[in-house]
Design a protein around this ligand. Sequence first.
Ligand SMILES: [Ca+2]
Ligand SMILES: [Ca+2]
Ligand SMILES: [Ca+2]
Length: 139
Amino acid sequence: MKRLSGLFIVVAFLFSFYLVPPDISSAANKNCKDFKTWKDAQTYFEIKGGSKKNNIDGLDRDHDGLACESNKGFNKNYRNPNDFTCKNFATWKAAQDFFEKRGGSKKKNVNGLDPDHDGLACETNKGFNKNHKNLNNSK
Ligand SMILES: [Ca+2]
Ligand SMILES: [Ca+2]
Ligand SMILES: [Ca+2]
């Protein structure tokens, strides 16, 4: 009986580590020094869905959507596409192309560009074509 309860404690102990990782800065969580350049860090950040509101791995401490500004090669004029809004596109076409390239559809509101969920982004942008068919809608 004593051995059994000892085993139970060990299992419970291991399980607690499974549920609550003791060190969130380990393997899965990257830090700026894990990247050779700013571009590498930024690319990783964006692929994981990083944006102003989504600070992946804590790489964007000032919440401007740009990761690891102090890494080599930082481009201060760069804008994170995950933060693009309708205002970032000169025309409706540019917005719609961006939306569809990223898999945007009725069901997938990429960057929140389609608040009425009809698969058409930024209807108020210049050049809107109401007859356009978003082929992602049928997927
Ligand atoms: Ca980190
Ligand atoms: Ca930043
Ligand atoms: Ca829409």
